[in-house]
Ligand binder design. Structure first.
Ligand code: GTP
Ligand code: MG
Length: 172
């Protein structure tokens, strides 16, 4: 199954929007498999957004993401990566459609409340579940750089496998 990393950014936490964001994914019918409140260290923020390193707004972005606690989530479901991006809406909240999280709850790109993985590969990289065996090995050898490369936001044991009782009412 597909999995995506969703994060309520510090503005979302400060503004009391954590429940609202979780609720939208719950109501849609995706499965929550990981959830924590977390103060993101600078090196992790830089690794997470490394593709944007050359952008002029990169320092501001790192300051924003590390400015207060974030809520880290892993969500699972067929097609969840692309669907979550639709639920979240366009990067610029003024361009995001009403009905999306950013379209309903934000006004500026630099304070756009939530992150969602942009591809299944990045979903796996950001959550890390796919690499459990390799991660255990890296932990044994204390290879912390290798560990952050493989599993950005969740450690071993933080992802929970479970079967929702409503599964049969979501899919035929
Ligand atoms: P994420 O889900 O957070 O990755 O957003 P995205 O995929 O919609 O956009 P992208 O990956 O291109 O940019 C990552 C984040 O950088 C955005 O969500 C914004 O918070 C921030 N960002 C992007 N462009 C700008 C910009 O022009 N100015 C500022 N201040 N921040 C930006
Ligand atoms: Mg992105």
């Amino acid at each position: 199954v597909d999995e995506t990393y969703i994060m309520v950014k510090p503005d979302g936490v400060q503004r009391g929007l954590v429940g609202e964001v979780i609720s939208r994914f719950e109501k849609k019918g995706f499965k929550l498999t990981g959830l924590k409140l977390f103060q993101c260290p600078r090196d992790l923020a830089e690794e997470h957004y490394k593709d944007l390193k050359a952008k002029p707004f990169f320092p501001k972005l790192i300051k924003y993401i590390t400015s207060g606690p974030v809520v880290c989530m892993a969500w699972e479901g067929v097609g969840v990566v692309a669907s979550a991006r639709k639920l979240i809406g366009a990067t610029d909240p003024l361009q995001a459609e009403p009905g999306t999280i950013r379209g309903d709850l934000a006004v500026q790109t630099g304070r756009n409340v939530v992150h969602g993985s942009d591809s299944p590969e990045n979903g796996k990289r950001e959550i890390g579940k796919a690499f459990d065996a390799l991660l255990r090995y890296y932990h044994l050898l204390n290879l912390s750089d290798m560990i952050t490369n493989l599993a950005l936001w969740f450690k071993e044991g933080e992802i929970c496998e479970w079967t929702p009782a409503v599964a049969q009412w979501l899919r035929e």
